[in-house]
Design a protein around this ligand. Structure first.
Ligand code: NAD
Ligand code: GLY
Length: 360
């Protein structure tokens, strides 16, 4: 079944198509959106061999001209070096201001290719073609693009909304189990901040009807992005639940040790502990959150090799710190969240310590 969600942003509004086989609609949608006739398809070394040839052939048979640019799979490709490398290849392929970018891959490719589109020749359109659960429910929607610096994640970037999103659920069939499961960290996050009923329903997942679960998550993200596109009112900031500590752990552990969703799982467990102290979350609800994460094989206990100093160093480079104060997302009960300025570094340090010592 094919589902559709609209991201309402005035003149920058766009459609997210979700379902098996929607990648095939990309050429027709590119025409409908007047995207021009040449493209750079940016993908990674795992995804390109699986999906780029068919999509490239479909586009070429439809009269488009383009090139496929492949970067190494993994978080380390979210770098300024890769931005330069990709832009250089686009120049060599004679792509100009009338061209568009196709981001074919997971969140790494969506963030890298989206950023390249935001800055190439001062900005060209981007189509997001997400192939992981993380990307289909989260990163392909909302226009946040960017790369990492040594100091921390996503420290260089731009808001650049896609022209449309094609979330082909067929592609999820080739996701390895670990990468499939990590996507549930973002789904559990959406449930915790906005959708208690979905939290309950996650007890049983039917792979055959995954498109409904993905569309439900896209709707949550679309609503939040539509009301606070640039994270200025505080509403979009609730999407960062579990991310302040999660990003710091991801960076401190060294990219590759934890998948993004795994680091976010640890961040969610820690943010839930802080929510007990600072927002009145009950111990029973925190326990349910931890159990839900574990149900998808996600970590809730921090590896002893990741040092507290490295985590705290990464944490202090986070964009969510303003003048040394963190805007921390808290959950008073499953289904609700708010941004607080009352969370101290000491509370964060204690919660991280708890991830290591307590048997979760
Ligand atoms: P990823 O892009 O690294 O993909 C995970 C792994 O799966 C990679 O090895 C990739 O090659 C492989 N893969 C992707 N699709 C596949 C498929 N269909 N079949 C087989 N293998 C496939 O990581 P991710 O988890 O998708 O995304 C994480 C990234 O997204 C992080 O950098 C995170 O910061 C970013 N993110 C951004 C936002 C945003 O709003 N921009 C939101 C959430 C996450
Ligand atoms: N992933 C957080 C956001 O898009 O705002």
């Amino acid at each position: 079944m094919q589902l559709q969600v609209e991201v309402s942003l005035g003149s920058r509004s766009y459609r997210v198509l979700i379902g098996p086989g929607v990648l095939k609609m990309l050429p027709e949608l590119a025409r409908q959106n007047a995207l021009g006739s040449s493209y750079a398809m940016i993908s990674d070394t795992n995804v390109a061999p699986l999906y780029s040839k068919t999509l490239n052939d479909t586009l070429k048979n439809d009269g488009f001209r383009g090139t496929v640019i492949t970067v190494p799979a993994g978080e380390t490709s979210k770098s300024l070096q890769q931005v330069e490398n990709v832009c250089q290849q686009m120049v060599e392929a004679r792509l100009d201001r009338g061209s568009f970018v196709i981001a074919l891959g997971g969140g790494v490719i969506g963030d890298l290719a989206g950023f390249v589109a935001a800055i190439y020749q001062r900005g060209i359109p981007c189509v997001q073609a997400p192939t992981t659960i993380v990307a289909q429910v989260d990163s392909a929607i909302g226009g946040k693009t960017g790369v990492n610096l040594l100091a921390g994640k996503n420290l260089v970037g731009a808001f650049h909304q896609p022209s449309f999103v094609v979330a082909d659920t067929e592609t999820l069939r080739t996701l390895p189990e670990r990468e499939f499961n990590e996507g549930f960290a973002e789904i559990i996050k959406h449930a915790i901040i906005r959708d208690r009923e979905m939290f309950e329903s996650l007890e049983k997942i039917e792979r055959e009807t995954l498109e409904h679960l993905i569309a439900r998550n896209v709707k949550i993200k679309a609503q939040i992005v539509s009301s606070d596109e640039r994270e200025t009112s505080g509403e979009r900031a609730i999407l960062n639940f579990g991310h302040t500590i999660g990003h710091a752990i991801e960076n401190a552990a060294g990219y590759g040790r934890y998948l993004h969703g795994e680091a976010i799982s640890l961040g969610i467990a820690a943010a839930s502990t802080i929510s007990m102290r600072a927002a009145g979350l009950s111990a029973a609800e925190r326990e349910r959150i931890v159990e839900r994460l574990q149900q998808f094989g996600l970590p809730t206990k921090l590896d002893a090799s990741v040092s507290m100093e490295a985590i705290m160093k990464a944490l202090l480079s986070d964009k969510k710190f303003v003048d040394g104060n963190v805007r921390f997302v808290l959950c008073p009960k499953i289904g609700e969240a708010f941004v607080s300025s009352d969370v101290t570094l000491e509370m964060i340090r204690e919660a991280i310590d708890g991830l290591r010592h307590r048997h979760l």
